[in-house]
Design a protein around this ligand. Structure first.
Ligand SMILES: *Cc1c(COP(=O)(O)O)cnc(C)c1O
Length: 388
C-alpha cells in the first residue's frame, strides 16, 4: 500500500510555504528537493513574542515536548565548569560520555553512536540504507522526520494505516517487500502518544527479514513506568538489523544542546560512524549529558510531574467534552475540531501548542505536558477559545 493514506509529503509541514521556488539558475538540484517541504518545528517563544507584541515572559511553550522543569541541574553545573575550555575542539569520539552511557545501559561503547539530536542518527540511517528504488515502511501518523529522511534519500515511502491512532505492527510487517530497507517505529509514538503492545513489538523484531533495518525510536521511553527492555537483544548480538534510538532532548531537558544516540550491533554502528561528522557532539553537550545521566532526582521529578499533568489534561478534556488519545509520553493529542484556529487563538493568549495539519490531523492539536501552572493556563485558554 504505497502512500495509500497519507500523501508522500512529509508530515508536520506548513501548507503556506513559499509561493514559487526561487530560481536556481543552472543548478541540478537533487530532484527530491522539489517537493520536499521544510520541517515546521514548534514555534519558539521569542518568535511569537516578536510577532504578537506579547512579552516573552508571558508566553508559555507546550509545543515541542521539552521538559517543563528545565535542564537537569547537574548538567548546568557541569557545563559551567566546562566553559573555559571551549576554545578546544570537543573529543570527537566523546570517550567519557560513551563509556558512562554504555555502563548505564549495560552495553559496550561499540554498541553506541551519538548524533546531533537523535534526528541526526535517523539521517545516518537514510545515508546508509535508503536510495532510489528502495522502500521504507512507516505508519500513518508517524514522526515527521521519517518521511523527510526517506524522500531526501530518494526512497519510496510505504505508509501503513494506523489502528486506533497507534501503529499496526502486524500490517507493517506484511508491508515489507524485497525492496524494503528500513522500518521506522516510534514507541511511544509522536504525535499520538500511543504505545505498541510489547508482544507485538517482539513479534515484529522476530519477523523483520535480515535485509531490513528495524529502527525503534525510543525518544520517550524514560517516561514509561515499566518500559519494554530491548537491550538484551542488543547485548546478545543476535539482532544485527535492530537499531534503538534515544535522546537527551526529552526527559533529560537538554533539547537545546542537540544530543541523541543509537544503540545497535557493532558492525551496524561501525558503518554509521563513517557517516558521522567528526565533531558532531559539542563539548557542552558531552559534559552535560554525562552529568544528566546521574541526575536521578531530576528524572524522578520530571516523571512525576508528567504523570500528574497527563491526568490533569485527561480530566480537563473530559470536562470540556474533548476527545483525546490516551498517551504514554509527555504530550497529549486532543481533538478540538478546528486545530489551526484553536492553535492560533491559544497563541494569541500566549500559549503555544502544536497544530497537527501537517500530520493529516487537522482537527487535533498536540499539547506538551507543562508545569501545573502552565497546564492550568492552557486549560483555561482552551476553555476560553472553545467558547468563541
Ligand atoms: C523528539 C523526538 C525525537 C528526538 O529528536 P532529537 O533530535 O533527539 O531532539 C526523536 N524521535 C521522536 C519520535 C521524537 O518525538
Amino acid at each position: 500500500m504505497k502512500d495509500s493514506i497519507a500523501p508522500p509529503s512529509p508530515a508536520d509541514v506548513s501548507s503556506s510555504g513559499p509561493i514559487a521556488p526561487p530560481p536556481t539558475g543552472g543548478l541540478n538540484l537533487n530532484p527530491a528537493l522539489t517537493h520536499l517541504p521544510v520541517y515546521q518545528p514548534g514555534r519558539p517563544i521569542e518568535e511569537v513574542a516578536r510577532e504578537s507584541g506579547l512579552p516573552a515572559a508571558d508566553i508559555i511553550k507546550l509545543a515541542s515536548n521539552e521538559n517543563p522543569l528545565g535542564p537537569a541541574p547537574k548538567a548546568l553545573v557541569a557545563m559551567r565548569a566546562a566553559l573555559a575550555q571551549l576554545h578546544l575542539y570537543p573529543d570527537g569520539n566523546a570517550y567519557y560520555l560513551k563509556q558512562h552511557l554504555a555502563a548505564k545501559l549495560g552495553v559496550a561503547p561499540t554498541n553506541l553512536i551519538l548524533g546531533n539530536g537523535s534526528n541526526e542518527v535517523l539521517e545516518y540511517v537514510g545515508h546508509a540504507l535508503i536510495a532510489p528504488g528502495t522502500e521504507v515502511v512507516v505508519s500513518q501518523y508517524c514522526f515527521a522526520v521519517y518521511p523527510i529522511v526517506t524522500h531526501l534519500c530518494g526512497g519510496q515511502l510505504v505508509v501503513v494505516p494506523a489502528k486506533g491512532y497507534g501503529h499496526d505492527l502486524e500490517v507493517m510487517d506484511r508491508a515489507i517487500s524485497s525492496r524494503t530497507r528500513v522500518v521506522f517505529v516510534a514507541n511511544p509514538n509522536n504525535p499520538t502518544g500511543t504505545l505498541a503492545p510489547s508482544d507485538a513489538v517482539l513479534e515484529l523484531i522476530d519477523r523483520v527479514p535480515p535485509h531490513v533495518l528495524l529502527v525503534l525510536d525510543e525518544a520517550y521511553i524514560e517516561f514509561l513506568e515499566r518500559p519494554q527492555d530491548l537491550l538484551p537483544l542488543i547485548r546478545s548480538g543476535q539482532r544485527p538489523n535492530l537499531l534503538l534510538t534515544r535522546t537527551f532532548s526529552k526527559i533529560y531537558g537538554l533539547a537545546g544542546l542537540r544530543l541523541g544516540y543509537g544503540i545497535g550491533c557493532p558492525p551496524l554502528i561501525a558503518a554509521l560512524e563513517k557517516i558521522r561528522q567528526p565533531f558532531n557532539i559539542n563539548a557542552l553537550a558531552q559534559v552535560a549529558a554525562l552529568a544528566a545521566l546521574d541526575d536521578v532526582e531530576h528524572l524522578d521529578r520530571t516523571r512525576a510531574n508528567n504523570t500528574a499533568g497527563l491526568r490533569f489534561f485527561e480530566a480537563a478534556c473530559r470536562e470540556l467534552g474533548l476527545e483525546f488519545v490516551p498517551s504514554a509520553a509527555n504530550f497529549i493529542l486532543v481533538r478540538v475540531r478546528e486545530g489551526q484556529r484553536i492553535f492560533l487563538e491559544l497563541q494569541r493568549l500566549g500559549v503555544i501548542v502544536r497544530p497537527m495539519n501537517g500530520y493529516q490531523l487537522p482537527e487535533w492539536i498536540r499539547i506538551t505536558i507543562g508545569t501545573p501552572q502552565e497546564n492550568e493556563r492552557c486549560r483555561r485558554g482552551l476553555e476560553q477559545v472553545l467558547r468563541q
